[in-house]
Design a protein around this ligand. Sequence first.
Ligand code: EPU
Length: 446
Amino acid sequence: MSNPSMPVAPTSWRVEPIGPLVGDVTVRGSKNAVTKHMVAALLGDTPSRVLNCPEIGDIEITAGMLRSLGCEVEVEGSAVSVAPGAMSSGHVPLSYGGLNRIPILLVGPLLHRMGEVLVPLVGGDRIGPRPIDFHVSSLEAMGAEVTMTPEGLHAKGAQLHGARIRLPFPSVGATETVLLTAVLAKGRTLLENAAVEPEVIELALFLQRMGARIELRPDRRFVIEGVDRLQGAEHFLAGDRIEAFSYLVAGLVTGGRVRVRGCVQGRLVTAISTLQRMGAHFEITDEWVAADADRLGHAVVQTDTHPGFMTDWQSPLAVLFTQCEGMSVLHETVYEGRFPYVAALKEMGAEIELFDACLGGRDCRFNEASAVHSAVVRGPTPLHGSEIVVPDIRGGFAYVIAAAAAQGSSVIHDVHHLERGYHHPMEAFSDLGLKIERLAGPSSGA
Ligand code: EPU
């Protein structure tokens, strides 16, 4: 396990475009589900096993946190086992601060196990402010006493109880906090305006498998009846829909054809219908989804909570827009700061203008803010190779596919962001024919 307090070794890739990317990619379970299942495992009296896990940095970071609490965690290929039995502490070392979103999700389970918790401040990608106020107010509604310090969050509460909670926005993380806390709280919790993303439902089903009593009602409502004990469970994770979409787009943006295995059609409905509207042809079986296109036209797309077009599909789509005919519009309604990657695309030749207005859809909650959250992209525009620093996981993937579609080679720095969230991305791109050479590059220090 890498030590989180050690700086991440800066790595860079030199990407040599070779023309259309063609071939097969197999995705594993999703980054945004696996680590939550590891947290859920803390609630069981017996060990849990999660299968079909991707090999990504986020699992190592989460395993390190759980081990620091006294849990046994084994990562063997695609299987992750968590035995929470010998948990000895409710304090997550502050050196885990700023690495991912998991510390805040640990609070509820750790309160149930230890009665008192200290977790570092959460990190994750720099895609907007990413506050945790919904998590904190939900925990408080269930009886936790929460204090924020400059370093982290301290919470106490040995006897948590059910509550009626309405989230101001259907936050994935806050819904997960409520589920992970309410399952062992005393009495009933009604959660309104909950997130219903497939990864959230997958977590709810895992908790149900552990013995939790969770009902999903219409209109984004969960009803959770607290139980006294939960048992460990086993689950084979469903395929990562962000990776699946991203590789399909990698094929389209280079004029090729990528066939993605491991992610069922049902997780990609909105992605498929959006790309079809633009002119992509799909071939879909129970085993795989493949896309190609003779010609792609412009589109107006608004990101949204599920079942809308997901925010994590936004950056590959922006790159695809640069190669489509006409003016396309992207309206980001989930995160207010998700366009920093655009500056580097413009340096590569993309014609993209950013706006603080709500373009191409209904007004969103960023309408009154000065947040830059809409983009107009003109295509098709030739891109040229460049030297780029990866700002976040999803922006990083967008740069690789832009580099694959460009003329001339590119050097992409800080690719460790990609390795935190994608299963062997370099190998996957190489299998599609892209020439990538790993360099020991300078860090941006960003
Ligand atoms: N929000 C608040 N207060 C809160 C929580 C959220 O204002 O207490 C706001 C956020 O600032 C954001 C919106 O609510 O504007 C939605 O945030 P959400 O809580 O749904 O996001 P998250 O749980 O932090 C997860 C994924 C993201 C994904 C979003 C939306 C993980 C680890 N991350 O984040 O994935 O974009 O849900 O689906 O599950 C990624 O994988 O690259 C990534 C960023």
